[in-house]
Write a protein that binds this ligand. Structure first.
Ligand SMILES: [Zn+2]
Length: 188
């Protein structure tokens, strides 16, 4: 997940937000405003407002179900882009999280909020579509494809350790390591 501002123009906009402007402001402001108008419109072009207030973009992959948006030559998580484009900078160490539990929602005015790392990890875990049943011993259990996808998501997107994932799924950390490292279940 990119942690830096989505464009140089935004850095300038941040400075304007923080009243840290200089004498070039009229010229720079016009560039930044153009950028913001264009990029906001691009983000909203494919967004749909639901009855519950969520503003949904099409998720572009199964990984976490987040929407993506391409700005310049780079692709960003749509909810992060929405926060930066409509609200302002995401402070260091904070994450953009969802109250609505809908990863592809970009409703900055109600659904999105800033949270720290532990809130982010908790949020990330809770979004899993698969909840392993605890307390059962399945030493030779064959994981379903959905479980394999969830294991990789917990590792790569939520940052859980192999040992922590192993506890959740009741299988060995070695098996988790092989799945995460694509040494087994390569077709999933
Ligand atoms: Zn929402």
């Amino acid at each position: 997940m990119p942690k830096r501002p989505i464009a140089i123009a935004l850095i300038i906009w941040y400075n304007i937000c923080m009243n840290n402007t200089n004498d070039n402001t009229p010229y720079i402001t016009r560039i930044v405003e153009d950028f913001l108008v264009r990029t906001r419109a691009k983000l909203l072009a494919h967004a749909t407002r639901l009855d519950n207030g969520c503003l949904i973009v099409q998720p572009t992959s199964a990984r976490g179900g987040y929407g993506r948006v391409t700005i310049g030559s780079r692709t960003y998580a749509a909810h992060r882009a929405a926060w930066e484009l409509f609200v302002g900078p995401i402070p260091d160490g904070l994450y953009v999280l969802h109250r609505c539990d809908t990863p592809n929602c970009i409703n900055w005015n109600g659904c999105l909020f800033l949270g720290d790392n532990s809130a982010n990890v908790q949020d990330c875990i809770s979004k899993g579509r698969f909840n392993p049943r605890r307390g059962e011993r399945h030493p030779r259990a064959i994981l379903t494809d959905a479980q394999v996808i969830e294991i990789r998501r917990l590792s790569k997107e939520c940052g859980l350790s192999n040992a922590e994932i192993a506890r959740r799924f009741n299988i060995s950390a070695t098996a988790i390591s092989k799945i995460v490292g694509n040494r087994t279940r390569k077709t999933v």
